[in-house]
Design a protein around this ligand. Structure first.
Ligand SMILES: Cc1cc2nc3c(=O)[nH]c(=O)nc-3n(C[C@H](O)[C@H](O)[C@H](O)COP(=O)(O)OP(=O)(O)OC[C@H]3O[C@@H](n4cnc5c(N)ncnc54)[C@H](O)[C@@H]3O)c2cc1C
Ligand SMILES: NC(=O)C1=CN([C@@H]2O[C@H](COP(=O)(O)OP(=O)(O)OC[C@H]3O[C@@H](n4cnc5c(N)ncnc54)[C@H](OP(=O)(O)O)[C@@H]3O)[C@@H](O)[C@H]2O)C=CC1
Ligand SMILES: O=C(O)C(=O)Cc1c[nH]c2ccccc12
Length: 420
């Protein structure tokens, strides 16, 4: 008599399929995976893209709010080998960016395998290949490949902090910003937005524009810069200055300009970090806020700024300074994290799920492992990684296929000569 477990086990075994991939396996069909695919296509290298969601760029399609626009200008956000259409505004909308990515995938004939979640990946010494266990609805599929490109992103999982009383008192009125679409559902409501990065700021602005009453929690410090300085992108200006000046001087210039344009943000409860904005971004990945209007609403009092949270009570929040506020809903704008450690085995990634080798060399690991999109440099970092990864794989691919082609030609020649 076989136990139910055994029967289930047998069934799983029966359903597990194996696939040997000719060329690299790319995990993730966001901008990173698509960019690597496009560059490999350009080199004539075949590949397979595995994506756990049901579409390309799932972060952009399923986990961002309606008001979102890119906040760096066009030239820093387009992917390799296909520029944005000419009629794109300087800061494309989310809809435009998604349309561009769809067109990108079509143009390079990228056809990711959707609904395939990679559950584990490890390098198998015995066969000298990466072995990936994947779930596809009811089936388990095992993929084998000589190369593995990790393209699952810096924003794969949401950060949900544990704050006393939060789940107990607000479980029905609590969401992460990745599920927020617009302030429509929050009209006239008192909304506590936890976190003051770009998401926290922009959601507060959106809430204001929908007649809600947002309060933003700033537990520590934040750099706010104007999106534009003298009519030019602040980011572009900083990148220009970086060619001539060391980073700490660039930061000093940008902070002086920001103070001139925005005033003293510290007076608004937005203490600045000790490290400058671009150095902080490069060393710790903490993105400065590029202001698109939230600061004006903070100045006018429409967005309130409060310090850290001590605990939640029924319908209320108690802050570290002892004050208590009434709250209807909570939005967690507390950031994201990489998920690489939950599925990739090996030592090339650190405990935060980022490549151990520092920028600009983190794109290449050992045994045919690559990482794209972990430079903390947004979409322009992705493009840089993708070009290098595809060139590296293509070089080996050409060598190997040259040998294979030569072997094939010799075999054909031998067959012909032995017949005559
Ligand atoms: C709200 C927001 C706005 C941003 N705006 C800008 C901007 O204006 N300019 C800029 O330069 N950068 C911006 N960024 C940063 C970054 O450039 C983008 O988030 C970009 O989408 C990152 O691309 P990616 O492909 O590396 O990761 P993602 O877009 O997150 O794509 C990763 C894909 O991998 C899939 N995946 C994850 N785990 C698995 C698994 N185990 N198996 C299979 N598939 C898996 C996911 O479903 C996802 O589709 C923004 C980020 C956010 C969150
Ligand atoms: N228009 C655009 O292009 C946009 C771009 N983005 C990008 O998306 C990425 C993610 O941004 P975002 O979602 O804002 O995440 P971030 O990681 O940038 O910010 C998270 C914020 O949450 C705070 N936080 C975390 N845990 C707690 C806690 N327990 N209590 C109080 N505060 C907490 C952090 O504070 P602390 O610093 O103290 O840890 C920080 O202020 C960034 O690269 C950003 O630039 C996001 C939105 C719009
Ligand atoms: O928007 C983001 O998340 C980015 O990572 C884009 C970005 C890369 N480098 C920066 C420096 C300052 C502000 C934004 C970015």
């Amino acid at each position: 008599m076989r136990s139910p477990e055994m029967v289930r086990g047998d069934r799983q075994l029966f359903r597990r399929r194996r696939k040997w991939v000719n060329g690299p396996l790319i995990v993730g069909a966001g901008p990173s995976g698509l960019a690597v695919g496009a560059c490999l296509r350009d080199h004539g290298v075949p590949f397979v893209i595995l994506e756990k969601s049901d579409c390309i760029a799932s972060l952009w399609q399923h986990r961002t709010y309606d008001r979102l626009k890119l906040h760096l200008p066009n030239q820093f956000c387009q992917l390799p080998k296909l520029p944005f259409p000419r009629d794109f505004q300087e800061y494309p909308s989310k809809a435009q960016f998604i349309a561009y990515l769809e067109a990108y995938a079509r143009h390079f004939k990228l056809h990711p395998q959707f609904n395939v979640a990679v559950a584990s990946a490890k390098f198998d010494d015995t066969c000298g290949m990466w072995r990936l266990r994947c779930r596809r609805t009811e089936t388990e599929v095992e993929y084998f490949s000589q190369w593995l490109v990790v393209a699952t992103g810096e924003n794969a999982d949401c950060v949900v902090p544990e704050i006393a009383g939060m789940h107990e008192f607000f479980s029905d009125h609590l969401m992460h910003v990745c599920d927020y679409k617009s302030g429509d559902a929050f009209r006239r409501k008192k909304v506590l937005v936890i976190g003051c990065g770009n998401s926290g700021m922009e959601v507060c602005l959106d809430l204001c524009l929908h007649n809600a009453f947002p309060t933003m929690v700033v537990r520590d410090s934040v750099h706010v810069l104007p999106r534009e300085t003298f009519g030019r992108s602040t980011f572009e200006l900083a990148v220009g200055l970086m060619k001539w000046l060391p980073l700490n001087l660039v930061d000093k210039v940008m902070l002086a300009l920001s103070r001139m344009i925005l005033g003293d943000t510290e007076k608004l409860g937005l203490k600045r970090p000790c490290i400058g904005p671009f150095e902080l971004k490069n060393t710790q990945g903490k993105t400065p806020v590029l202001d698109v209007g939230a600061l004006g609403k903070i100045k006018s009092g429409e967005i309130k700024v409060v310090p850290g949270i001590k605990r939640f009570l029924h319908g209320k929040v108690e802050l570290v300074d002892g004050t208590t506020l009434d709250v209807d809903s909570i939005i967690l704008a507390t950031g994201y994290r990489s998920n690489v450690n939950s599925w990739l085995q090996g030592s090339d990634f650190d405990t935060d799920g980022f490549p151990r080798t520092p920028f600009p060399n983190g794109w290449k690991g050992s045994s045919g492992l690559y990482a794209v999109g972990f430079t903390r440099r947004g979409l322009s970092g992705i493009s840089m990684d993708a070009v290098k990864i595809a060139e590296d794989i293509a070089r080996v691919w050409r060598e190997e296929t040259k040998h294979a082609k030569a072997k094939h030609m010799i075999a054909c020649y031998r067959r012909r000569t032995s017949r005559s």
